[in-house]
Design a protein around this ligand. Structure first.
Ligand code: KG4
Ligand code: ZN
Length: 344
């Protein structure tokens, strides 16, 4: 048997420049340079700043990845890159770099979907994905439930947020509480010392029978609650607010994820995306999956947030299937639909 292809993965859809090297399900290296500090004072990612940071970080991150994997550029068998969805200018930097690497090395280029990559990355940790599986994808830009008969070529949307993404709600609530950007990690940390039942924040769409989400009302409810305390001159119990907000998010996400599995007769749930790093989401998902007889797979937190290894992992799966590569005039598509796993 010949060794699986060595796949270079490039990720630049938001504020992380990620370069990963993967062989089959084996992760060789995952180099990430983040421009998050440059965005922090704006309370959100500034597209132009992100694009420039990707441009500056691309070659050093590539060199770091190659060196730490102990391979040579010419050992790379295929180049995979996030073609979308994401910030248009940021995606363009990664796509242009991927084209240059593929052309210079004489290797095939695969433009892949960022969302499918968040699912495929789990193979690096837990092996071949069960099929079909349901995926709960929760990040700064997306919150979706997906039916995944085949992560390399068949991803079917079951539901998604009708307004804010879960990560966006974390980032906005953190801002209200005076915590830094991105808001997920500080809220997760603060919530450990808080009471999740202290405040009954709303759980939108909880009983509506759909597999959609809505987090805009929750975000506003938290802001109003905090403002009312401030207006009354009372101290804001940040830990309780964080814990109660986090409980509302985790409750809705896990409830609907279990429903998605049950309605589709699926026994395997994969949780991915930056918010999958959240400790309460992970523990509540484990609890509810165990009760419902559903097997749960969640990548380790470092593989949940954006990185190049996830793109390489999806690329490796696609290459392994012998699917034909993308053209060298591959476009970046900021609103690439989740159903388009590989761009042609
Ligand atoms: O997947 P990701 O790295 O980038 C996008 O594709 O958007 O997700 C970033 C999001 C941010 O909103 C961040 O606040 C959130 O993931 N996040 C978390 C945690 N770590 C990152 N949210 C909750 N708890 C965490 N521990
Ligand atoms: Zn992402």
């Amino acid at each position: 048997m010949t060794a699986p292809a060595l796949v270079l993965g490039i990720e630049t859809s938001c504020d992380e420049t990620g370069i990963g090297l993967v062989r089959g399900h084996e992760l060789l290296t995952d180099a990430v340079a983040s421009s998050v500090d440059e965005h922090a004072r704006f309370g959100g990612v500034v597209p132009e700043v992100a694009s420039r940071a990707h441009l500056e970080a691309m070659i050093p991150t590539f060199e770091r990845a190659i060196a730490s994997a102990g391979v040579r550029p010419q050992d790379v068998d295929a180049v995979a890159v996030t073609a979308g969805p994401g910030l248009a200018g940021a995606l363009l930097v990664g796509v242009a770099a991927a084209k240059a690497f593929a052309y210079a090395l004489g290797k095939p280029l695969y433009g892949v979907n960022h969302l499918a990559a968040h699912i495929a990355v789990d193979q690096l940790e837990h092996g071949t994905l069960p099929a079909p599986a349901v995926a709960l994808l929760v990040s700064g830009g997306h919150s979706s439930l997906l039916l995944v008969p085949d992560v390399a070529q068949d991803v079917i949307p079951l539901g998604s947020t009708i307004d804010d993404a879960a990560g966006e709600a974390y980032d906005k609530v953190a801002r209200v509480l005076g915590m830094p950007f991105p808001g997920g990690p500080p809220i997760d940390k603060a919530a450990r010392d808080g009471n999740p039942e202290a405040i009954g924040f709303p759980r939108a769409k909880y009983h509506d029978g759909t597999l959609d989400f809505s987090f805009a009302g929750l975000k506003t409810a938290v802001a109003r609650w905090v403002e009312a305390r401030q207006a009354a001159g009372e101290p804001v119990p940040a830990a309780d607010v964080a814990a109660s907000f986090q409980e509302a998010v985790a409750d809705v996400l896990t409830r609907k994820a279990i429903q998605a599995c049950q309605r589709n007769g699926v026994c395997d749930l994969i949780v991915g995306g930056g918010v999958a790093a959240n400790s309460r989401l992970r523990s509540l998902a484990a609890e509810r999956c165990a009760d419902a007889g559903i097997r749960l797979r969640v990548p380790r937190p470092g593989l949940c947030t954006d990185n190049g290894a996830m793109v390489a992992a999806l690329g490796a799966e696609i290459v392994g299937r012998g699917l034909s590569p993308s053209p060298l005039d591959l476009p970046a598509d900021s609103s690439l639909p989740v159903t388009e796993v590989l761009v042609h």
